[in-house]
Design a protein around this ligand. Structure first.
Ligand SMILES: *Cc1c(COP(=O)(O)O)cnc(C)c1O
Length: 402
């Protein structure tokens, strides 16, 4: 890790793992062939790409031909939802949640406003959990697709996707999950799941930015988003991003090897950080369910102050974290996820997300535990909110700020 930054923003993006960088570099220089070419110079790259596909399939517990490489998690999400709608033109209803990433939420809002689809946005409770009864009641013969994220990027809260998928499939409805934050952090075995489509993104699991994948169950009706050449078996046209696909394969192998570590060492560091801060800072609270949560994520609110102010002071100390979600930071809108959970206004504004990785060290955690409390104390002295003041009502409409 670069000595100059304590990086606790791994849900925004991750460092490319050294072994991943090593695996991809030759494909920029001496091995630049096109895998579609007839010559062996290109064909050899195709072989490496097949191995990458097998590695990713190994991490997900699916068949290699069920994976389509895309340009990012956003493309995977858009492709999955649009494919379901195009393949079943008679169905006009979508079910999703209020806490999705904008890659799903903004698309659903667009489809609702401009294309006349009906969308159900399921709510969450104060700990960020779904009500499965509400989900069941929302399903109808008109429902084309249910798209529900596996783990929330802001709070780390995990939805019970195996159970949800079973329920959705029992009604014969297509099930998609945005698993961008779950892949590499949770055990996933698609063979045992009723999930039809699953999105992931390379840069959230130590591969480069600009590569993603979409799992599509064999025999599922599928309609491509990008139409052109025959790449990805005609399911996603465009010359393959060979370097990044090979990197994603290496990242999948590394993720598989590190999964048990993520679940023990990283979780212990996260718990130390979280407990250390919550115990010392008055008027602080954890956002999201304590147990049903990614092992690397901690979203903590510090009452009466702005998350952005905390971030600036953390930045001066070389600590990189985020407030709300990366897409809403820079505006003073509280996060749509925290608002869906009903987090009180004076808490929601002072939320900070710490997200750790396999590269996080105990020294880094100790440094953060030592430096955050004085920052909070300083900011509260100059806070415009009077401490102990009654909760002001948030006049703003719930809407994603992206
Ligand atoms: C980051 C993220 C995305 C978007 O992935 P990109 O590769 O950046 O497009 C989608 N969903 C979730 C949950 C994410 O965290």
């Amino acid at each position: 890790m670069s000595a100059s930054v304590i990086y606790m923003d791994n849900n925004a993006t991750t460092r490319v793992a050294p072994e991943v960088l090593d695996a991809m570099l030759p494909f920029f220089s001496e091995r630049y062939g096109n895998p579609s070419s007839m010559h062996s110079f290109g064909g050899a790259v195709g072989k490496e790409m097949r191995e990458a596909r097998e590695s990713l399939a190994g991490l997900l517990g699916c068949a290699p031909d069920e994976i389509i490489f895309t340009s990012c998690g956003t493309e995977s999400d858009n492709t999955a939802i649009r494919s379901a709608l195009t393949a079943q033109p008679e169905k006009r209803h979508i079910v999703t949640t209020r806490v999705e990433h904008p890659a799903v939420l903004s698309l659903c809002k667009f489809l609702e406003r401009s294309q006349g689809y009906r969308v159900t946005y399921l709510g969450v409770d104060s700990e960020g959990r779904l009500d499965l009864q509400e989900l069941e009641e929302s399903l109808s013969d008109d429902t084309a697709i249910v798209s529900i994220m596996w783990a929330n990027n802001e709070t780390g809260v995990i939805f019970p996707i195996p159970e949800i998928a079973k329920l959705v499939k029992s009604r014969g409805i297509m099930m998609h999950t945005d698993a961008v934050q779950a892949v590499g952090k949770l055990d996933i075995n698609l063979q045992e799941l009723d999930v039809d489509m699953l999105s992931l993104s390379g840069h959230k699991l130590h591969a480069p930015k600009g590569i993603g994948a979409l799992y599509v169950r064999r025999k599922l009706p599928y309609r491509p988003f990008l139409i052109g050449g025959h790449q990805e078996h005609g399911r996603r046209a465009g010359t393959e991003n060979t370097t990044s696909i090979i990197a994603l394969g290496a990242a999948a192998r590394a993720a598989k090897a590190h999964l048990p570590i993520e679940n023990t060492r990283v979780r212990a560091l996260r718990d130390k950080l979280e407990n250390g801060l919550l115990a010392v800072v008055p008027d602080s609270r954890l956002n999201g369910h304590k147990q049903d949560r990614l092992p690397n994520t901690s979203n903590i609110s510090f009452k009466y102050i702005e998350g952005e102010a905390i971030l600036l002071l953390l930045d001066q100390l070389g600590i990189a974290a985020s407030s709300g979600s990366a897409c809403t930071s820079g505006s003073l809108e509280p996060s749509h996820v925290l608002r869906a959970m009903g987090v009180p206004f004076t808490f929601a504004h002072g939320s900070i997300r710490f997200s750790l990785s396999r590269y996080t060290t105990e020294e880094e955690v100790d440094y953060v535990i030592k430096n955050v409390p004085p920052i909070i104390e300083t900011l509260r002295k100059i806070s415009p909110y009077k401490q102990g003041e009654t909760e002001p009502l948030d006049p703003r409409k719930p809407a994603c700020g992206c």
